[in-house]
Design a protein around this ligand. Structure first.
Ligand SMILES: Cc1cc2nc3c(=O)[nH]c(=O)nc-3n(C[C@H](O)[C@H](O)[C@H](O)COP(=O)(O)OP(=O)(O)OC[C@H]3O[C@@H](n4cnc5c(N)ncnc54)[C@H](O)[C@@H]3O)c2cc1C
Length: 426
């Protein structure tokens, strides 16, 4: 068969015309006939690669087109977005690690936080520094959790301790477990988040128990041949007013954004067990459980869950009621504040408060750059908006396209129904 490329101008025209009813079909056909798997990219008649940006992405469950801006096409295959992402990344197995880098993530809410993922990224840098003698990243996780992406976050070995004595606020039992890890495997590095969610406290206790001076407030690591560990770290001190450098010690308490989280590889997260049962601890601390606080009294900068209102909120009574039912702290866009619907101290954004919530729900907020700046450290963003093309929807991890009043009403009804069912079941 001749390998002369035959052109079909009509099909090429349909391929360029995305409003044509046969557009996707023809694109796929052209992709196949050129031996390309993806219709978003094919070789043109002159041998140049052609890209069709409209064929990038996939249609989500609500009929809205989603584009994965990380560059990894999601939503295909039977395993759902996460499975396809994991499958498309190279899998890394470290059979016989030369050393261990132990990480103790906060796991707030039973999942890896953004801070935890940064820390695992830092651990990977330490473990992978010398490709000839790779180390393994060991995550020590306490209590029940809901996380299923340890491998994607860079974990090679996972020690999950779910004994009742390490649940809740149990620094003595957790410290005992970390000492057992130290005795069993003597990690080359210990990394904990320098966070108020528990890492800062546990890390300092561990340092005291091991009799080692930790580096706290670390936000940067650099290779340094002259330092005994081969690394120099930059840490924030003097109440955040000074940065100072020192040779990196074995125990590090690092700040958020200390490293890029792992995104390119998928690791084994192989389960490990301690060789012996956890040692009994003399418990001087009794955990009486969490105390309910009024979310309205929580400062925006410290709130974990924020329901934020913008110019798209029509029913303000309904918005306040939803915040109360959901137990969320209220935030607002500048327009909502300028229009007098919300107090000035509730404004989120460049000229308001920079928030670090684990969940940020933006109700009728368009996503102006000044607002997005204020929410860049949030873990999960949910957008409720009428406009599927607005910037907040592009930023969001989950988007609901619809009228804010109706969506909030439906949400409140669902939560109240779930609570009712729970009460009846009890
Ligand atoms: C120097 C400077 C500093 C600024 N600092 C800040 C800041 O710190 N924080 C801040 O927020 N802004 C700030 N702004 C203002 C910012 O540029 C935007 O004007 C503002 O964020 C827009 O607020 P909004 O999204 O609530 O309103 P709009 O831009 O009007 O958006 C309203 C959104 O609601 C949606 N909508 C409408 N009706 C409904 C409905 N019924 N249901 C659901 N959705 C609906 C619309 O589709 C739209 O997306 C600053 C501006 C300047 C110039």
């Amino acid at each position: 068969m001749s390998d002369i490329r035959r052109r079909d101008p009509r099909k090429e025209w349909i391929a360029r015309n995305r409003l044509h009813p046969r557009h996707l079909e023809v694109l796929a056909e052209l992709g196949r006939s050129d031996g390309q798997g993806a219709a978003s990219e094919w070789m043109g008649p002159h041998g140049l690669m052609r890209r069709n940006p409209h064929a990038v992405g996939f249609i989500g469950p609500n009929g809205v087109k989603r584009i994965d801006r990380s560059g990894v096409q999601q939503g295909q295959g039977s395993g759902g977005p996460q499975a396809s992402t994991a499958a498309s990344k190279p899998r890394v197995e470290i059979e016989a690690p030369a050393f261990l880098v132990a990480v103790v993530p906060d796991m707030a809410g039973g999942r890896l936080t953004g801070h935890d993922r940064d820390l695992l990224g830092l651990a990977r840098r330490l473990a992978d520094a010398d490709p000839a003698t790779p180390g393994a990243v060991l995550a020590v996780v306490f209590g029940e959790h809901k996380e299923d992406a340890f491998g994607e976050a860079g974990v090679d070995r996972l020690l999950h301790l779910a004994e009742p004595e390490v649940e809740g606020f149990a620094p003595e039992a957790r410290l005992g477990a970390l000492v057992a890890v130290e005795q069993a495997w003597t990690p080359r590095h210990w990394l904990l988040p320098d966070s108020k969610l528990g890492g800062a406290d546990l890390g300092r206790r561990l340092a005291a128990r091991l009799g080692e001076r930790p580096a706290t407030g670390v936000w940067q690591l650099e290779a340094d041949a002259e330092a005994p560990s081969g690394w120099r770290c930059t840490a924030r001190g003097a109440a955040g007013t000074l940065d100072f450098q020192r040779a990196m010690p074995r125990l590090i308490l690092a700040l958020a954004e200390c490293a890029e989280p792992v995104s390119e590889t998928h690791h084994a997260a192989q389960a490990l067990a301690l060789p012996e049962a956890l040692p009994a601890q003399l418990a001087r601390i009794e955990d009486l459980g969490q105390v309910a606080v009024d979310p309205a009294g929580v400062a925006l900068s410290e709130a974990e869950f924020i329901l934020s209102a913008g110019n798209g909120v029509r029913d303000w009574e309904g918005f306040h009621h939803a915040a109360e039912v959901l137990g969320a702290t209220e935030g607002a866009s500048r327009v909502a504040v300028d229009d007098g619907f919300m107090a000035r101290h509730r404004q989120v954004g460049a000229t308001g408060t920079w928030v670090t919530a684990r969940v940020y729900v933006a109700v009728g907020i368009s996503g102006a750059i000044q607002h997005l700046q204020g929410i860049q450290a949030c873990d999960k963003v949910v957008a409720i908006n009428m406009d599927p093309g607005c910037d907040m929807i592009k930023r969001a991890d989950l988007a609901v396209i619809g009228d804010s009043t109706k969506v909030l009403e439906a949400l409140v009804a669902l939560v109240e129904q779930a609570r009712e069912e729970k009460r009846n079941a009890a």
